[in-house]
Design a protein around this ligand. Sequence first.
Ligand code: PEP
Ligand code: MN
Length: 337
Amino acid sequence: MIIIMKPSATSAEVDSVVHRIRDLGQDVHLSAGEARTIIGILGDTQRLNRNSFEVMAGVEQALRVSQPFKVASREFQATDTVIDVRGVKIGGEHFVVMAGPCSVESRSQLLETAHAVKEAGAHILRGGAFKPRSSPYSFQGLGEEGLEYLVEAREQTGLPIITEVLGANEVPLVAQYTDILQIGARNMQNYRLLQAVGKVDTPVFLKRGMSSTLQDLLMAAEYILASGNYNVILCERGIRTFTRFTRNTFDINAIPALKQLTHLPVIADPSHGTGKWDLVAAVAKAGLIAGADGLMIEVHPHPAEAWSDGAQSLKPQRFAELMCDLRALAPLAHRLL
Ligand code: PEP
Ligand code: MN
């Protein structure tokens, strides 16, 4: 069971609910967010009476949540979470497109791409400065220099920026620059990192691990929510299967399934989901129709020369054509684009 306190609840009111739960012999998990405190009652709550909490001062609601993920669940919140990133809305009726290179390679590469995706109608600029690479000998990203180029691109285009944070100790540094913190597939269950991004108020973009179930993903999101950051965006980016024709298998089922299970926005990443640029547009359109709240697409001015993920990157012109198709399809999916 979870007890949702009113935004106006005082700390004395929170304390008396906590004492009451402990007196009943149950353990408590406290999550003090910016807006309100949520008190989780751990263990078997079958014999507890909801009403006995709802009459207490400062309590808004006591809820039984059958899913293991509590705050992330639709039972906890029926309406879609809508996250505002510098005026760009993510979730609800909105359809957001995040585009840019896999890696920030140089100032000119990033600025050229940023202007091109802005021109085509993208809402948010992506670009990795700290890269999680399978090989230690591959390009690891420009680090803080890359973050500076992202900020310059934001100043020039007005596009908010998203970039990956690799480790818990780098969260304060990356959060100083970026508008959205990306957690990559390889780090989805790095619980210390999840707790660290849960303690800042920058929105978090959480990518599904390559062999994770939807429950694993939602439990990872729960770590961030339980640490107090409610601005979490989920991303389906393909999972590992036996097929080798594509880099990953984009799990189209995950989109409507997640929309059923959670109120958090769900973004489709057809670039990593396919690994092949000539499959990206088809899967992007499928993602929109399946009910995604947006897309993340890798775009590079010269994919053949890209330092990472060139094979799945769209040239700016093809990205612009995809944006036209998406605009035509958006009304069918009841989305604003
Ligand atoms: C990326 O977005 O470039 C990336 C590394 O993605 P993923 O974590 O999904 O592999
Ligand atoms: Mn990439």
